[in-house]
Design a binder for this molecule. Structure first.
Ligand code: GTP
Ligand code: MG
Length: 144
């Protein structure tokens, strides 16, 4: 991904992303209408950084060296009906176990119930590419 501007429609759309809202639970999410692509992966995998890179906005999604930075479900509007979603990580995070379990439960609900979730980008290390489970599930992997 280069940093130069292009006139590609997808890039124009991504670059106009703006923060919409955060939600702790499914019932606090925006109306279940339109389309969403969410970014998931382990804590500290680089989910928020990937959103910033894609949208060309350095601090749109908050990032940190400390695992467990994103604790809410964060929505970013691309236009009236399309959104990107920054999810809390799963696994290790530098927060109390009870709190972590709580947000993992909300995350599971979002993934299982959200009707407008049309895409899920899994951010991880290159080892993921060779995981038989992903191949079995038909999940496409790529290196960026
Ligand atoms: N070397 C390297 N570091 C990265 C990359 N992407 C993100 N980081 C760094 O990894 C750390 C975590 O990045 P985040 O984007 O906050 O990760 P996250 O998956 O959103 O983390 P949580 O919100 O805590 O789940 C930050 O210090 C980033 O600067 C990458 O591609 N390469
Ligand atoms: Mg994050």
């Amino acid at each position: 991904m280069g940093s130069s501007q292009s006139n590609h429609p997808a890039e124009i759309l991504l670059h106009q992303a703006s923060f919409l809202q955060s939600a702790q639970r499914l019932d606090q999410c925006p109306p279940d209408e339109g389309r969403e692509v969410a970014f998931a992966g382990r804590s500290n995998a680089g989910k928020s950084s990937a959103i910033n890179r894609l949208t060309g906005q350095r601090s749109l999604a908050r990032t940190s060296k400390t695992p467990g930075r994103t604790q809410l479900i964060n929505f970013f509007s691309l236009d009236d009906e399309r959104r990107l979603v920054d999810l809390p990580g799963y696994g290790y995070a530098k927060v109390a176990k009870s709190k972590r379990n709580e947000w993992q439960e909300h995350l599971d609900h979002y993934l299982a119930e959200r009707q407008v979730l049309v895409g899920l980008v899994l951010i991880g290390t290159s080892a993921m590419r060779f995981c038989p489970m992903y191949r079995l599930l038909g999940i496409q992997t790529c290196r960026v």
